[in-house]
Design a protein around this ligand. Structure first.
Ligand SMILES: [Zn+2]
Length: 445
């Protein structure tokens, strides 16, 4: 998914267009503030567990911040008449802050209320300090991360203003923009796609860098969005730098400023929650900075190498391929035993034994005798296939030629029971390495 909000600026920022002249005073550290003099009675309250998982870290512990029951859209819903304005749909905005990562998010957000595909973003992108900020940011990222002659994909490129700046450094710029601004981006010479971005597009686009600015705060599932990209990077054997920017909520929280909460901004990031979300999604975070008078936060990350994902993929693929093969192999062996007139018993009729019997479709026509060590199972029947489960004594008067022990992890105990307790010298077999094998002293289970 991607959204058409690049180059967006908060209405609050746009109206005031603060001038960045000198480094802002550092934002207060939340932990230091909490330690300065906590209200112990308040902190001793039960944990605020809710049904609403944090959008950044998935924790279900959060604190209510504010709630409005009838808020109109404010970024993508500019009415064209007074009547239309007065009749705009009122939406529930329930703002909470995550106890674990400090993320501020809406718990009652419905993406369907927002017309991203048809609506142009109406935020104000002009203003000299905001433009200067973009110019400086591009220069900094180009210099610090050698963004020259690279393939850069921007997710939610809007009209392509940011990519246009990057293109001046010899970068091949590709933009995704599902809204009507895609055409304007194309007119700027950008390879523009009027569609939502999916991680799978990285296979053909082979990006060296991803840019995603003022998009992630709009997503209903930002963590899924990032994980999709991280997983795709691993599969495509790519390690692009990821440059992200969103509004920063810390200053608004510090000032108890409520008009930063917009329905369209389902997420309001702190530096910590922005970093936490990227790390949780599978990225190594290289840099996080509050910028533009501490009203936005930028982050640079790289997909974390995922040897486990590679290993899991190889194992899962080979396991899946083996299933049909081993079913055929085991059944072939049992059918051959049947044709040879050998009498067979299965040892273990519930749990893994029942699983084996069902997975290999060993019905009573193929093997009718099922024994179990546990006397409580006797008198019952194998789930699914229906053979009667009997005690070992059954084999004294109904001798068999072969016993297939159905549970490997108990096979040695069962072997001892068969040999030492019951005194049977029947040939023993186990299901091992995709086939039926004789159980000998050297067999490695
Ligand atoms: Zn969280």
């Amino acid at each position: 998914m991607t959204l058409p909000d690049t180059d967006a600026v908060h209405p609050a920022q746009a109206d005031q267009a603060p001038v960045v002249q000198e480094p802002a005073a550092p934002l207060p550290n939340l932990e230091i503030r909490a330690n300065a003099g906590p209200d112990l009675a308040q902190l001793m309250a039960p944990p605020p567990r809710t049904d609403d998982a944090c959008l950044a870290c998935k924790s279900v512990y959060n604190y209510p911040i504010a709630r409005w029951d009838k808020m109109p859209l404010s970024v993508l819903g500019l009415p064209r008449s007074e009547r239309e304005a007065r009749h705009m749909r009122g939406l529930v905005m329930d703002v909470r802050q995550c106890a674990t990562c400090s993320h501020v998010f809406h718990s009652d957000f419905n993406y369907d209320h927002i017309p991203y595909r048809t609506g142009s973003n109406l935020v104000y992108n002009d203003g000299s300090s905001w433009r200067q900020y973009h110019d400086d940011l591009v220069e900094e990222w180009v210099r610090d991360y050698n963004l020259v002659g690279k393939r850069v994909v921007e997710i939610g490129c809007g009209e392509g203003l940011f990519l246009e700046r990057l293109a001046k450094h010899g970068n091949h710029c590709i933009g995704f923009e599902p809204g009507p601004d895609a055409e304007r981006a194309a007119a700027r010479g950008i390879e523009a796609y009027a569609e939502y971005f999916q991680g799978s597009r990285l296979f053909d686009l082979r990006a060296d860098a991803l840019v995603c600015r003022h998009v992630i705060e709009h997503l209903a599932n930002p963590l899924d969005f990032l994980e999709d990209i991280a997983i795709a990077c691993c599969e495509a054997d790519l390690s692009p730098l990821f440059f992200a920017e969103v509004p920063l909520i810390e200053k608004a929280m510090e000032q108890n400023r409520i008009n930063d909460f917009l329905y369209e901004h389902v997420s309001n990031f702190t530096r910590n929650s922005f970093r936490t979300m990227f790390e949780r999604a599978g990225f190594d975070v290289l840099d996080v900075q509050a910028r533009f008078d501490d009203e936005v936060v930028t982050l640079v990350a790289k997909p974390t190498p995922k040897p486990l994902q590679r290993a899991v993929r190889l194992k899962a693929t080979s396991f899946q391929k083996s299933v049909q093969r081993q079913i055929e192999r085991v059944r072939t062996t049992l059918l051959a035993w049947q044709e040879a007139g050998l009498k067979v018993a299965l040892w273990g009729g519930t749990g893994k034994g029942a699983a084996l019997i069902n997975m290999f479709s060993i019905d009573s026509g193929l093997v009718s005798t099922v024994i179990d060590s546990d006397p409580r199972k006797a008198g019952g029947f194998v789930p699914g296939t229906g053979q009667a489960i009997r005690t070992p004594d059954h084999l004294r008067v109904n001798q068999v030629d072969r016993i297939l022990i159905c549970t490997n992890w108990r096979a040695r105990d069962i072997e001892r029971e068969i040999r030492d307790v019951h005194g049977f010298d029947t040939d023993l077999y186990v299901y091992l390495e995709e086939s039926i094998q004789e159980l000998g002293p050297e067999t490695r289970l």
